[in-house]
Design a protein around this ligand. Structure first.
Ligand SMILES: [Zn+2]
Length: 355
């Protein structure tokens, strides 16, 4: 078991280990438990036995729960159950469920305590740490929300055993990203055969990947500077997601985006890290991209990060573990897009014995 301090006021921590779900104890007597409807029933049963919630709310799976309608419905359920000001909201599930639960906690009775029990790799490495909570609007993702850091996060690695292998590999993109921007020792460990549910390398690697984000959030809790580095690979990723109406899962879009950002970093005089980003793509084996042109994605990239005459703001790497914010001119973006597309088009192939 590993404990990672996130800091904040009051200070919070992330605990990573096996069998945590049944051992969670909270200081609050009145608890609301929020979970997606498709979560394995055993997880809900175990968490309910540990927390004795006054109210349990099942919400639509994945981003289906991040709507104003579901948000309003959950608030009503809490009010009907008379959850008091000194109560707590617990989010159990993937990143969408913990984002919604956090936003409910941030706003119900002007704010109650919030705890997260993420059950996906993406939720553990990214969503549950950092205090960003919110829901989507028809006009775009995460347009409504609040900073409301959880009082504590418990990452029970046993819950990852039920994830389909492709979903586990998708979530690994953010852990690999933390390796590229801050802790290069993570790179071979994420690609190792022991980084898998039940593998011997899982707990330590996961904890070290979470520690990277916890450190950045501790130093820059409200995203004034350094925290932007966590967006490495995300400018192209957001463009791919928007253009395909989210047909591409986030972690796969990030894997494609990291390779593009590595190409741009090299073009602007940084070290050649494209071997690392290609190695991750070969390991992850994302779904093949649809036919795309630079001009399909350009409007989203120009909007995603403030673009001006000097180009689009991108998180780039000077070297492994040395990120910086740079401006990339449109002609460089265009030329490197062609190189990138050549390298990422086609099938990634399937490694036998796994899938
Ligand atoms: Zn991300």
């Amino acid at each position: 078991m590993r404990r990672i301090e996130v800091g904040g006021e009051p200070p919070s921590a992330v605990t990573v280990g096996a069998g945590l779900l049944g051992r969670v104890r909270l200081p609050q007597r009145h608890v609301a438990l929020i979970h997606p409807a498709d979560l394995p029933p055993a997880f809900v049963k175990t968490a309910r036995a540990a927390l004795s919630p006054a109210v349990t709310v099942s919400v639509p799976p994945r981003d289906g729960c991040k709507t104003l309608a579901v948000y309003a419905d959950v608030l009503s359920r809490l009010a009907a159950a008379n959850l008091p000001r000194d109560g707590a909201v617990v989010g159990l599930g993937g990143g969408a469920a913990t984002d919604l639960a956090g936003f409910v906690a941030a706003t119900y009775l002007r704010g109650v305590a919030f705890y997260a029990l993420p059950t996906t790799l993406l939720g553990m490495v990214d969503a549950a740490v950092g205090g960003k909570t919110g829901v989507n609007l028809p006009e775009g993702k995460n347009l409504v929300g609040a900073f409301h850091p959880p009082g504590a996060v418990w990452c029970d690695v046993d819950t990852l055993r039920t994830l389909p292998p492709a979903v586990f590999r998708e979530g690994a993109a953010e852990a690999y990203k933390h390796g590229l921007i801050a802790d290069p020792s993570l790179l071979p460990r994420v690609l190792s055969p022991e980084f898998r549910p039940g593998g011997t390398g899982l707990e330590e690697t996961l904890a070290d990947a979470i520690a990277v984000k916890a450190g950045v959030v501790r130093r820059d809790p409200t995203e004034q500077g350094e925290r932007a580095h966590l967006n490495f690979g995300h400018t192209l990723a957001h463009a791919l997601e928007a253009h395909t109406h989210h047909a591409i899962p986030h972690g796969e879009a990030v894997a494609y985006g990291m390779h593009y950002a590595a190409r741009l970093s090299l073009a602007l005089g940084g070290a050649d890290l494209t071997g690392h980003t290609l190695a991750f793509l070969r390991w992850q084996r994302p779904a093949p991209l649809p036919n795309l042109t630079f001009d399909d994605l350009w409007p989203y990239m120009a909007r995603d990060k403030k673009a001006d005459a000097g180009g689009v703001r991108f998180v780039l790497l000077r070297e492994l573990g040395q990120p910086y914010l740079g401006r990339v001119p449109e002609d460089v973006l265009r030329r490197q897009f062609a190189r990138w597309q050549e390298e990422v088009s086609g099938e990634w192939g399937v490694v036998s014995g796994e899938g």
